[in-house]
Structure formats: structure tokens, C-alpha cells
Write a protein that binds this ligand. Sequence first.
Ligand SMILES: NC(=O)c1ccc[n+]([C@@H]2O[C@H](COP(=O)([O-])OP(=O)(O)OC[C@H]3O[C@@H](n4cnc5c(N)ncnc54)[C@H](OP(=O)(O)O)[C@@H]3O)[C@@H](O)[C@H]2O)c1
Length: 290
Amino acid sequence: MNKIMITGATGKLGGLTIDHLLNSRGISASQIIALVRDKKKAKHLADKGIEIRVGSYDDLSSLNLAFEGVNKLLLISSAELNNVKRLQQNHNAVMAAKSAEVDHIFYVGLANPELRAYELEDVELATEHSIRAVNLPFTFIRNGTYLDEVTYDLNTAVKHGELLSSTNGKAFNFVLRKDLALANAIVLTEEGHQNKIYELVRSKLITYSDLASALSRITKKEISYKEVPNNITIKRLVESGVNAESAESLVNVFHKAIADEKFLFTSNDLEQLLGDQLTPLDQSIESLLE
Ligand SMILES: NC(=O)c1ccc[n+]([C@@H]2O[C@H](COP(=O)([O-])OP(=O)(O)OC[C@H]3O[C@@H](n4cnc5c(N)ncnc54)[C@H](OP(=O)(O)O)[C@@H]3O)[C@@H](O)[C@H]2O)c1
């Protein structure tokens, strides 16, 4: 029986991938192994009958043990933002996958890495090159930014009847995390994805003005859109109950990258992988509302 290991299994993307494997891809719990750092955080997975193995990307020997007998490895990077540490973590995971002779590594990286929206992309590309260098059969699943990242903007807009941003009317290509997790589950369970690279972003770009129109349709209330300086958007988010750090990160990281044209890039890959299971825009937005 093919054993599929999901790393980052206690995280949101890993957890959703496991849900899709179990619920819509016909995979039994006995085929799945979850890599976790803390067994206590994985009780919900163990309760489903999933084998839990403990390992950290910071500890090569733990990965060497954990990857034993794994056929397909879904490698989801940690949330580490320090590139030196992130590079070492990913390097450990690739080396352990090679030592354990996994049959196929599925690496979740970032979409359109050449645009360097987050300054993490060189690590992601280096990881892809390491996988190629050690000659592991691969699938590179390059994830677009989660639409979920703008959840605070959407909910604040519904409260105020007005969506604010400083994105300069620029378009972007964000997709639902849940759809990216389904893409993981699909490529893990179908033939024909070996040595392929997928850029999982929207096939049609959207703008903040489009988000406001969608919110108006969904809530059946007029939600207008206004371009304002960063500090005004942050103030509005904080007044609506978003903590200051999250509000600043939303505006200074995501709005800025949109304004800097880091996401003017489309691909049909997600649409082709998911077919009619792709969540339409309005439904995606609705799923993020409180
Ligand atoms: N595309 C996007 O918009 C976007 C946005 C944010 C992040 N990301 C990237 O996508 C990944 C998955 O996203 P997510 O939303 O699922 O993030 P998440 O909920 O923060 O999950 C991260 C997972 O990585 C695990 N992890 C952290 N450090 C580790 C280590 N040293 N060794 C092994 N596992 C470790 C965490 O384990 P614990 O539960 O033990 O902490 C958790 O299971 C993130 O880690 C990040 O690299 C993408």
C-alpha cells in the first residue's frame, strides 16, 4: 500500500489536504502519515486512525527516521521567515527524503517565484533545485497567495459598508487555501503529475474594486470601494477589532505587494486540476465572511 506523508499536518494547509484525501479522494486513514512537531497537537488526526510521526525540519535525524517507508511525501515549508533558517530546514527535508528513498516528493512552493513578492522565493527555488539535483521524482506545486489573507479586509468592509485599500487599483491573483489543499490531494492521488510544475493562481485577475462588488452581491448591501493611504486602512482595521500586528502585516505586506504589481500573473493550472470543484469567486469570498 502506498504511504502518503503530509508534513505541516497540524497547520491549516496540511490539515485541509488530509480532509480532502479522506473525504473526496478515496484515501483511507491507514494510508496517511502525518509529520508533526508536537504529538499533542495531532490528537484529532490520531483519532481518525492516521499514523503520527514526530519530526522537525530543524532536526535532520528526526526526519531521517520519520520519512522511512514513505512513498509519496508532501513537503509543506514551515512558516519560518528567516531565509537562512528556511533554507536549512528545506535542505534537511530534501536530504532526508533522498536518504529514505521516497518514491516521489511533492513540494509546495510559491507561485511565480521570479517576481519575489515575499523575498522567500529564492529559498523556494533553491529547494526545487535541490530536489532536482538529488534526482528525486518531483511535482512542484507553486501556491499563489491565499485569498484567506484578505479576510480581515472583507469582514471590516461588511461592517462599515466600505472597503478600503492602498492597492492603487492594481490586480492580483489570490486563491482560496482550501482549493490549494484540494490541488495537493488531487496530484497526490492521480497519475501523470510526475516532474510537472504547477502555478496555482487565478486564471482571471481581480482588483479590490471587484472584491467590493462581490461583497455587495453577496450581502445584498452597497459596499463601496475607496483608495486611501496605508495608515487610514490600518486604523479602520484596528478600530474594527483586528490586532495591530495583523492589520499592519495585511497592509504593509499584501496591499503593498499588490500595488507593486507582484501578482499580475495568471495561470489555468488550478482550474485544470480542480475542474468544476474550483470554488467560484463569490463563493470563495462568502466562505471567508464571519
Ligand atoms: N500561499 C500563501 O499565501 C501562504 C501564506 C502563508 C504561509 N504560506 C506558506 O505555506 C505554508 C503552509 O501554510 P499554512 O497556512 O498551513 O501555515 P500554518 O497553519 O502556519 O502551518 C505551518 C505548519 O508548519 C509546521 N512547522 C513549522 N515549523 C516546523 C518545523 N521546524 N518542522 C516541521 N514542521 C514545522 C507547523 O507545525 P506546528 O503546528 O508545530 O507549528 C504547521 O503544521 C506555511 O508554512 C508557509 O510556508 C503560504
